[in-house]
Design a protein around this ligand. Structure first.
Ligand SMILES: *[C@@H]1O[C@H](CO)[C@@H](O)[C@H](O)[C@H]1NC(C)=O
Ligand SMILES: *[C@@H]1O[C@H](CO)[C@@H](O)[C@H](O)[C@H]1NC(C)=O
Ligand SMILES: *[C@@H]1O[C@H](CO)[C@@H](O)[C@H](O)[C@H]1NC(C)=O
Length: 295
C-alpha cells in the first residue's frame, strides 16, 4: 500500500512539473487516465495567496486560526440557544439539542461555553437565532459572502450595512455573488505537523481535490501556517481517517468553507482595504464567517 502511494505521488510530482508551465500560474493539473479530460483531477500545489510585500500592512491577521475557532465556538453557542428555545432543555426529549451537544463534543468546544448558552437560552427575551447570508462587493471587483446568525435580525442588518458603508463596500443583490463560490470541506493542518508530500499522498489516496499551501507572509511564524486539504463531503471522513492513520494532527473544526471558483487578483491597496472590511465584519458577533474571492 505504502509503495503504491509513493508511486502515485511520484507520478503526481512528475506530471505536475511537466504540466505546470502550460497552465494558469498557481495551479497544476493532473490527468487521471481513467477520466476524460473535462473531469480532470486537480492537485493544487503552490502558494495561492499573498506575497510578503503586503505583510506589514495587514493588521489583526495573526492568530487567524484562533479567531476562526472563536467564531466556531460562538456559532455552536448560538445553535445551543436555538435548540433549547425550540425544543426545551431536556436532552432526552430534545433530539436537536442532543445532536448539537454531540457536535460540540466532537469539535472540542469548551464545556463552559455550552453551559453558558444553555443558561442563556432560558433568559427572558432571548430568542432563537436565524441564519442569513449577505452578499457584498469589495474593492477591485472582489466579492464577499457574509454568513450571519442572529437573534435580532434588525440590529444585525443595520450593523452590517453600517460596516459595509463605513469601509467602502457595497451590498450586492441576493444571488449576484454566491454563484462565484463553491462549498467544500477543508481540513486544516498546521505546517509544523506535516510535510507537503505526506499531505499530497493522503489527499490523492482519499480522493481529495487540492492541497493548498499556507499563504506566505514575512511576519509569519511556523505556528501560524496551515495547509488545507480540500475535498468534498464524500471524501471528508476518509481524509480524516488517513490523517489519523499517519498520526498527523488536524484542526477539529469540521472545516466547511466557501472557496472561490476564480480567485480575483487585485492591487495592494484594494487588498488592504478588503482585508480591513472583512476584519471589521468579522468583529460583529452576528457574523459567523466572511468569504472572499480575492486572490
Ligand atoms: C426528559 O424527557 C424524558 C422523555 O420525555 C422524560 O422521561 C424525563 O422525565 C425528562 N426529564 C426531565 C428532567 O424533565
Ligand atoms: C459539519 O459541516 C457539515 C456541512 O457543512 C454539516 O452538515 C455537519 O452537520 C457539520 N458537522 C459537525 C459535527 O459540525
Ligand atoms: C471523493 O468524492 C468524489 C465525489 O465528490 C467521489 O466521486 C470519489 O469516489 C471520492 N473518492 C474517494 C477515494 O472516496
Amino acid at each position: 500500500m505504502r509503495a503504491l502511494l509513493l508511486l502515485q505521488l511520484q507520478a503526481l510530482t512528475s506530471r505536475v512539473s511537466l504540466s505546470s508551465s502550460t497552465f494558469v500560474r498557481g495551479k497544476s493539473l493532473w490527468f487521471d487516465a481513467n477520466r476524460d479530460n473535462s473531469q480532470v483531477r486537480r492537485i493544487w500545489s503552490s502558494t495561492p495567496v499573498c506575497m510578503g510585500r503586503r505583510s506589514s500592512k495587514i493588521a489583526g491577521r495573526k492568530g487567524a486560526q484562533d479567531a476562526k475557532k472563536a467564531k466556531l465556538y460562538s456559532r455552536i453557542g448560538k445553535e445551543v440557544v436555538s435548540a433549547v428555545k425550540r425544543g426545551g432543555p431536556n436532552v432526552t426529549s430534545n433530539s436537536v439539542l442532543a445532536a448539537v451537544l454531540e457536535k460540540a463534543k466532537e469539535l472540542d468546544v469548551p464545556k463552559d461555553i455550552v453551559e453558558r448558552n444553555m443558561k442563556r437560552a432560558s433568559e427572558k427575551g432571548q430568542e432563537a437565532y436565524i441564519e442569513k447570508v449577505y452578499e457584498v462587493y469589495g474593492y477591485g471587483g472582489v466579492s464577499m459572502v457574509v454568513e450571519v446568525s442572529t437573534d435580532k435580525i434588525h440590529r444585525s442588518v443595520a450593523k452590517i450595512r453600517e460596516v459595509i458603508k463605513d469601509y467602502g463596500g457595497k451590498m450586492a443583490d441576493s444571488g449576484s455573488v454566491t454563484f462565484k463560490f463553491k462549498r467544500v470541506r477543508v481540513v486544516n493542518i498546521k505546517a509544523t505537523n506535516a510535510d507537503k508530500d505526506q499531505l499530497l499522498a493522503i489527499a490523492l489516496d482519499a480522493g481529495a481535490e487540492d492541497v493548498i499551501d499556507p499563504p506566505t507572509y514575512e511576519d509569519d511564524t511556523e505556528e501560524d501556517r496551515y495547509y488545507k486539504i480540500v475535498g468534498s463531503s464524500e471524501n471528508y471522513s476518509s481524509i480524516l481517517s488517513k490523517l489519523r492513520e499517519e498520526g498527523i494532527d488536524f484542526e477539529p473544526d469540521n472545516g466547511s468553507e466557501l472557496l472561490p471558483n476564480t480567485p480575483v487578483e487585485v492591487d495592494d491597496e484594494a487588498m488592504d482595504l478588503n482585508k480591513e472590511l472583512m476584519s471589521k465584519l468579522l468583529e460583529l458577533d452576528d457574523v459567523d464567517a466572511v468569504y472572499t474571492d480575492q486572490k
